[in-house]
Design a protein around this ligand. Structure first.
Ligand code: DX5
Ligand code: ZN
Length: 214
């Protein structure tokens, strides 16, 4: 069964609590929280205080996508509220040490790759991961077009997990809509992030159900 992780990046943050209630009612599986530092990506979003408040308002698992430079400096702060804590392969930390540390802190670990990073780069890290995240847009902004080059990477990761006997969630993030979601699932993804496609809908619950049924 495909899991949906809506990105709240384009929510009106003054109405975030109501949006989260709607997403809960719609049966989403987790919330995708995009943390951007203005250095690793050319945009700034939100950080620990906002995530702390979200955690206090929902029982949904929090899927935190760190788009920050040298993420090892901050994982302890985010781990207090994360269920799944992910960071970028390209962000300048010791990836092996950081994946281990995230698990030691009691979270599920996730490594994320940008569109320019080959899937093979993270093959040897798979035993340390509970989830991997393939970006299907350049990280930094919602509302971009899905890059089809992500599809082969999803398949390569799925095959590698199978051949190693690893049961790891494979998440895809960026440009997911009713056309791209089925392609991503067919290629190997089982967790779909969706931001604009859900938040631009008049009826968010109907939109979530639509993606789940594709
Ligand atoms: C981009 C973020 C995504 C993004 C998804 O850097 O990681 O999570 O907000 O938004 P859509 O679904 O609109 O591409
Ligand atoms: Zn994201």
């Amino acid at each position: 069964m495909v899991k949906i992780s809506p990105s709240v990046l384009i929510s009106d943050f003054l109405n975030l609590a109501q949006d989260i209630k709607k997403l809960e009612a719609a049966g989403v599986d987790m919330l995708h929280l995009d943390v951007m530092d203005g250095i690793f990506v050319p945009n700034i979003s939100f950080g620990v205080p906002v995530i702390k408040s979200i955690k206090e308002h929902t029982k949904l698992p929090l899927d935190i996508h760190l788009m920050i430079d040298r993420p090892h400096r901050y994982v302890e702060d985010f781990a207090k509220y994360a269920d799944i804590l992910g960071f970028h392969y390209e962000a300048g930390s010791d990836n092996v040490a950081l994946l281990k540390k995230i698990r030691e802190l009691g979270c599920k670990s996730c490594i994320t790759i940008k569109p320019c990073t080959p899937a093979e780069s993270i093959f040897d890290l798979l035993p340390l991961c509970d989830m991997v995240l393939v970006m299907s847009v350049e990280p930094g902004f919602g509302g971009q077009k899905f890059m089809p080059s992500a599809l082969d990477k999803l398949t390569a990761l799925k095959n590698e997990c199978n051949s190693r006997g690893l049961n790891i969630d494979i998440e895809v993030d960026g440009g997911i809509n009713k056309e791209t979601a089925p392609l991503a699932v067919k290629a190997g993804a089982n967790v779909l992030v969706a931001g604009n496609y859900i938040f631009s809908a008049e009826d968010m619950a109907a939109r979530v159900k639509e993606i789940k049924s594709l």
